[in-house]
Write a protein of this length. Structure first.
Length: 131
């Protein structure tokens, strides 16, 4: 599985990458704009990401806006399959969850602090990991 972890906090990116290190080829981005650049480059190289784990609250471009941009790129370029987007946030509000699922079209929503069990449960439900 090829994964892009997007968070403006390096500790969070490194922590999630460590959790996934045995099961995923992890790449990191520190902003929504950097995530879009890496997503486009992977598509262009014919090596798309299977999973994007994206923080919602980031300076510049929010995770919601970056996820919407990824869905727009998919609509234009029509890759063989859509990437699974999991939104990651310190906020646990119904408004953020609804925004993630409805407007950003994410597949799942995780609240920080992320646990290995919680992350693996989500990935298992998405069919990205066997438990």
């Amino acid at each position: 599985m090829k994964c892009l972890i997007v968070d403006d906090e390096s500790f969070c990116r490194d922590f999630v990458a460590t959790l996934l290190s045995a099961t995923a080829d992890c790449h990191q981005a520190s902003s929504g704009m950097e995530a879009l650049e890496k997503y486009k480059a992977a598509l262009a190289a014919g090596e798309p990401f299977d999973l994007v784990i994206m923080d919602i609250m980031m300076p510049g471009m929010s995770g919601h806006d970056a996820a919407k941009a990824i869905r727009h790129i998919e609509k234009e370029q029509k890759p063989a399959k859509r990437v699974n987007i999991v939104m990651l946030t310190a906020l646990n509000s119904s408004n953020d969850a609804m925004e993630s699922f409805c407007n950003a079209q994410s597949a799942a929503y995780l609240v920080k602090p992320v646990s290995k069990e919680g992350l693996f449960n989500v990935l298992s439900k998405l069919g990205l990991m066997k438990r």
